[in-house]
Write a protein that binds this ligand. Structure first.
Ligand code: AMP
Ligand code: ZN
Length: 193
């Protein structure tokens, strides 16, 4: 095989792999091992790499790829996301749960994270993981509904803001503690249990 042909094949394998990775949620939505609850319009699954003791994803059956495809006609759907969030809170009263979307999602199919505030998890491995749930990169679902009501669309953040938010200095989400690094923060989080 010529060098050029081999490069093209490699590129195509990488593209296929990254496409199948980005479709991971769509596969998990139809996998009974992942499904927690479902309605006519919505499926709730467990997150494959939970970043806290409780971490679910709420997804529409409708093929909406991300928050950037939402418009005011979806407010009703998001209100139903909210009803499911209330049910999950009832089922996990010993936890403080939050519901929201990442400003720049990495995987396809709109998904709302429902995640507990403890953030205790072996899958929480990077500063970006932490900041994606503990800065304004995490958009509370109520704010997303308000933005749709007011503007009819969700404004995209630019690459600089994206980078800055995920690089925000670490700070505990339950007190004013400022850790030196992520391992220190993870150790500190245990003191809030
Ligand atoms: P986001 O950055 O909002 O796109 O987050 C995607 C979420 O999906 C992350 O919390 C991942 O841990 C989770 N995840 C990745 N792959 C899968 C999968 N195949 N099934 C379920 N959850 C997944
Ligand atoms: Zn703290």
């Amino acid at each position: 095989m010529s060098k050029r042909t081999s490069e093209t094949v490699t590129q195509s394998v990488i593209e296929k792999k990254s496409k199948s990775w980005s479709l991971g949620l769509v596969n998990s939505m139809i996998n009974p091992d992942y499904i927690i609850k479902q309605t006519d319009r919505i499926v709730v699954i467990r997150d494959k790499y939970p970043k806290a003791k409780i971490h679910y994803l709420v997804l529409p059956r409708e093929d909406i790829s991300s928050i950037h495809k939402l418009n005011s006609s979806h407010i009703d759907l998001l209100n139903e996301f909210g009803l499911l969030f209330e049910q999950l809170k009832d089922q996990h009263q010993e936890f403080t749960l939050q519901a929201g979307f990442h400003a720049v999602p990495s995987l396809q199919r709109l998904h709302m994270h429902v995640i507990s505030k403890d953030m205790i998890s072996t899958w929480l491995k990077t500063k970006a993981h932490w900041n994606s749930f503990n800065t304004s990169f995490f958009l509370p679902y109520t704010d997303v509904i308000k933005e749709l009501q007011n503007k009819g669309t969700i404004t995209k953040i630019g690459p600089e803001k994206h980078k800055d938010l995920l690089a925000t200095p670490l700070k505990c989400n339950q007190c004013s503690y400022v850790p030196k690094n992520l391992p220190k923060l993870k150790e500190h989080l245990l003191s809030h249990q």
